[in-house]
Write a protein of this length. Structure first.
Length: 108
């Protein structure tokens, strides 16, 4: 039979071995968690990059639409100038014809 002293020593060594084994399992679990978090981080980063790319494409489309609106606005300004120009000449021609008629009818 084992003496009390030997039994306590074995018992302590067994306890220490079990604690070391538990620490090893905890370390492996922590390492797995760390690897999983790194993997998740890289996946999330790639998804954020994809979302950023899509936002960049949308921004480019908005820029194109904005350029089109600027172009249309400029075309309206050009048409407005042309209408003003044509209206001026129409009124001038009408005044000229009216003056010619007035002179022919001897109003002036």
């Amino acid at each position: 039979m084992m003496s009390k002293k030997n039994y306590d020593a074995v018992n302590e060594e067994t306890r220490i071995a079990l604690l070391e084994q538990s620490i090893g399992y905890i370390y492996e679990s922590l390492r797995d968690l760390k690897d999983s978090i790194k993997s998740l981080d890289s996946k999330m980063e790639s998804r954020f990059d994809k979302v950023d790319d899509k936002f960049d494409k949308v921004d480019d489309e908005f820029d194109k639409v904005d350029d089109e609106f600027k172009s249309i606005r400029q075309e309206f300004k050009d048409v407005h100038k042309e209408i003003k120009h044509n209206l001026f000449w129409t009124i001038t021609a009408f005044a000229g014809v009216l003056g010619l008629i007035a002179h022919a009818v001897k109003w002036i």
